[in-house]
Design a protein around this ligand. Structure first.
Ligand code: FA5
Length: 341
């Protein structure tokens, strides 16, 4: 019996070193450890032995079985590792420090225009401020001289929240806080997302961006306002743009104006983007109402100021020739990928 076991051990060693791949190893496993395999056959032979001899032979067969199992497992692992190494060696060399060739995305056209306008105003001494999108009634309306039940509230169909707060309808909502934060003199712009319950068409969205600006100092007049508006527009468009100023009513400015820009989509002929008028309402503005300055803690005997509410989304439409405002929020990657920046 011992001799048979020794022979089997020797034969297994030879067969194992000849097995060069996973199927060969599996065949070896079945041959030695399968139900009808060599080790099982040895176990059958144990029946012809008795006593100590049977016990000793049984122990040796078990050792053989464990040895065969471990050797096949180790050979399998060695084979898998060798295969992986061969695959790595065959793979093309890959340098992770190389620059990425395909673009990973691009800035949204509104972001591009916002940055451009910010850059222009920063060079003129303005700071850029941030303000939350959820605000209270006082800041969005009352501090802007729009008391409760004032008809001017109808112009901004508002999303009210159940806790009494609301989604900012215009960036003017930040005026009071910024005046109180910095006092006069003051030059600041504050871009932000605004929300109104609008009927949506080619030039109206329920979610759009504005860029508010205020300048408060001694002897500030409408001439300063016109100068800053013209400078900003000619920088953004890199050419002379036709603008018109007409009277506009906003309770927080006096006098108030509407600054319209000649539609750059149709060249002033009239199209859906400008509601067939040839002009696009872009930037209401005016001299800050003394009551608004007072509510902001500014001494009106000493200081005056102007404010404007630039329609950033519409500016982006004109800047890039985007005909329909709905494209901005469409999430169409094909449309957005055109804007590199
Ligand atoms: C206001 O929001 C005032 N707060 C602006 C202002 C600021 C006036 C400071 C005076 C002094 P108005 O509702 O007109 O005004 O909006 C300003 C600009 O935002 C518009 O000219 C337009 O360009 C843009 N805008 C308004 N509503 C929409 C909308 N639904 N979709 C896209 N753009 C809009």
């Amino acid at each position: 019996m011992q001799e048979k076991i020794a022979q089997l051990r020797g034969a297994f060693k030879d067969a194992l070193s000849a097995a060069k791949d996973a199927p060969a190893l599996e065949a070896l496993r079945v041959e030695y450890l399968g139900k009808k395999g060599s080790v099982a056959a040895l176990m059958q032979n144990l029946r012809s032995l008795a006593g100590e001899e049977k016990k000793a032979a049984g122990q040796v067969i078990n050792e053989l079985k464990t040895g065969v199992e471990q050797a096949i497992k180790a050979a399998g692992e060695a084979l898998a590792e060798a295969e992986l190494k061969a695959q790595i060696a065959a793979a093309k060399p890959y340098d992770v420090s190389l620059p990425v060739r395909t673009p990973h995305g691009s800035y949204h056209p509104i972001t591009l225009v916002q940055r451009e306008v910010e850059r222009i105003f920063v060079t003129m001494g303005f700071t850029v401020e941030e303000y939350p999108e959820v605000v209270d009634d006082y800041h969005c309306f009352e501090a802007l001289n729009i008391p409760k039940h004032h008809p001017a509230r109808d112009m901004q169909d508002t999303y009210y929240l159940s806790n009494g707060q609301l989604l900012k309808t215009h960036t003017s909502a930040a005026q009071n806080s910024i005046m109180r934060k910095y006092g006069a003199p003051l030059r600041a712009i504050f871009p932000g997302r605004c929300f109104r319950n609008e009927s949506i068409d080619a030039c109206h969205e329920n979610t759009f961006f504005q860029m508010e600006g205020i300048m408060i100092d001694r002897d500030i007049s409408i001439s300063n306002l016109i100068y800053f508006m013209k400078t900003m527009l000619s920088e953004v468009f890199q050419r002379d743009v036709k603008v018109r100023l007409r009277p506009g009513f906003f309770p927080f400015v006096e006098p108030g104006f509407e600054l319209d820009i000649s539609c750059l989509i149709c060249g002033g002929e009239g199209c859906p983007s400008c509601k067939d008028s040839g002009w696009l309402e872009l930037c209401p503005c005016g001299m800050i109402h003394p009551r608004v300055l007072e509510m902001g803690g500014i001494d009106t005997n000493e200081y005056t100021g102007f404010a404007f509410g630039l329609g950033l989304t519409r500016l982006a439409m004109m800047r890039y020739g985007i005909k329909d405002i709905r494209d901005f929020n469409s999430g169409s990657l094909k449309a957005l990928a055109q804007f590199e920046g």
